[in-house]
Design a binder for this molecule. Sequence first.
Ligand code: 6PG
Length: 241
Amino acid sequence: MAIHIFKTVDALIIKLAEDIVASAQQAIASREEFNIVLSGGSSPEASYKILASPTYTNQVDWNKINFFFGDERNAPAEDPQNNAHMVREALFHPRNISAARIFAVDTSLPPEQAAKDYTKRISEHFKGKEIVFDLILLGLGDDAHTASLFPHTTVLADTSVSIQSVFVEKHNTFRITMTAPMINQARDITFLVYGQGKAEAVHHVLEDEVNTEKYPAQLIQPVNGNLQWYVDEAAASQLRK
Ligand code: 6PG
């Protein structure tokens, strides 16, 4: 595991965009495609916008990138709360990404069905073989949740490699999320976390006793892949070591 601490948020979001492109180039060179799982929330939006800028138009073959989502809110596709909607505005539309490359959760279905449907589409994409994403981006909540793995929710104990729906009392709504085992099969997993509001959570997840019910992001432990944390100085300010 590596923790990268950036002086400014700008430096962090630019580096993330650069590293996504570098991973895409490598994956496409060796496996002809790049399967990336995007995170929702507000933190990654600026990086997605950078990827849509002219600088990156010719740096990678955008037709060889498949986009997935680590979690989704139970909100219609056109709702600003919907994670895919955010990415559509920031990246997919401006970059003219083909619909065939975008694997979004179908939130027109009831949550449990939406989860089953998404598991099935992902399995089909990987042709029934092991589901190993090239890169999974994750955010961190101030309560130490990641994706929609919230503290003290049923999905934390799920050992299947799948997508699940979960009722999140805190938000009084369903979410649809990858299980930790699905995330952990990835080649690379990168957390993007910034701001003072995240400092305590960063400390708990990285340095506190292991208590995955309380700090679900501790469940993220890649089986064979690499785990990286990109944090700014504010989010790192409560790290003791
Ligand atoms: C979501 C997420 C979630 C997010 C964190 C951090 O749908 O909200 O995917 O896990 O990454 O809550 O969110 P912010 O970046 O908005 O702080």
